[in-house]
Design a protein around this ligand. Structure first.
Ligand code: MRU
Length: 345
């Protein structure tokens, strides 16, 4: 994503890998639409995009009354929050922006607009730094020759840059380790086939694309030696919400004695939720299931379910890789300790 000439430019992820084109967002409503329609997707990317959405919303306010301005950006925040329910980074980023506006309220509307833009820019810059740190810690878990299975896309496209799960793979690759990747296609939206495969090929990291139902076969055969996925929300007990299908992979990994790692920034933690049971799961349009691209594959009138995420119980998670280090079970203790450290930082 790029902020240029008072607008936000996003790679249109719905067009990849066939076409690399950008969508220009001039208003906060454009931003809300881009998140909802998955022009931009992936938890950290959604968060930073929403922060720029608030910047655009702030620019749309025409008066000079600070309280009115704060009320206005609260309305903008509400609409941005309503775009996608599962990734907590969206709510985290919006709250961070609102807090900054509130703390600086005595500075006046013009200054607040600048302050909000600076905050969004910092968030964007921090995101890349955080992902590099995640990569740095995580790559220690990978050894030369590892074949890593990943699900969905937790790469540069899902963040401002570098990626979380793919950040770990990138860092191991940069450290000179011979790492190759198996990418699940990730039905129904095909983030693995369309985005992860494209991203890794662009970087020259060996990748083999498989359909989701092939993962067990390659695990049992001994081909896959580690699993790394991203996360949309991690509850206090270490339960992890991520792209639908992650849970099945985690169960298969445990059955086959393969480590199952989750790579995510601390902003993905939601310690207000005791367990993953309380994480809201987005239900998406049935067309994503009945169609592949524009082609209908299912009979007309069939009943369809399309939950976009599932929750992997903490018992399947070998460790969680964050920018502050690698966290191990028992997660209700280790995550709390990490979060306290984060707040002190
Ligand atoms: O529906 P999506 O494509 O936004 O889902 C994305 C995922 O599930 C990712 O794995 C998660 O957001 C982590 S991205 C670093």
């Amino acid at each position: 994503m790029e902020w240029k000439d008072n607008a936000l430019y996003l790679i249109d992820q719905t067009a990849l890998p066939h076409e690399k084109r950008y969508v220009k967002c001039r208003t906060y409503k454009d931003v809300a639409r881009a998140i909802k329609d998955m022009i931009v997707r992936g938890a950290p990317a959604i968060g930073v995009t929403a922060a720029y959405g608030l910047v655009l919303g702030a620019a749309e306010y025409e008066g000079d009354n600070v309280q009115d301005f704060l009320n206005h950006i609260e309305v903008v925040a509400k609409q941005l929050r309503e775009t996608r329910p599962t990734a907590v980074n969206l709510f985290w980023a919006i709250q961070r922006m609102l807090d900054v506006a509130c703390v600086n309220r005595d500075k006046g509307v013009d200054a607040l607009r600048d302050i909000l833009l600076k905050e969004a820019n910092s968030m964007a810059q921090e995101d890349v730094e955080i992902n590099r740190k995640i990569g740095c810690w995580g790559q220690k878990l990978l050894k030369d020759g590892d074949v890593v299975l990943t699900h969905c896309n937790a790469g540069a496209l899902a963040t401002v840059g570098y990626g979380t799960a793919l950040g770990v793979i990138r860092a191991a690759h940069e450290a000179g380790k011979n790492i190759s990747v198996f990418a699940d296609e990730t039905r129904p939206y095909l983030q693995g086939a369309r985005l992860t495969a494209w991203e890794l090929m662009e970087d020259g990291i060996p990748v083999t694309l498989i359909t989701d139902n092939m993962a067990g076969y390659f695990m049992k055969k001994g081909t896959i030696t580690a699993v790394i996925v991203g996360a949309d929300r991690i509850a206090a007990n270490g339960d992890v919400a991520n792209k639908i299908g992650t849970y099945s992979i985690a169960v298969l990994a445990k059955e086959n004695n393969i480590p199952f790692y989750v790579a995510a920034p601390v902003s993905t933690l939601d310690l207000s939720l005791e367990s993953g049971e309380h994480i809201p799961i987005e239900e998406r349009n049935e067309r994503e299931v009945t169609h592949i691209g524009r082609i209908r594959i299912a009979p007309y009138g069939v009943n369809v379910a399309n939950p976009a995420f599932d929750v992997t119980p903490h018992t399947y998670v070998t460790s969680i890789i964050t920018e502050l280090g690698i966290v191990c079970p028992p997660y209700n203790q280790s995550l709390k300790k990490l979060f306290d450290k984060y707040n002190i930082c």
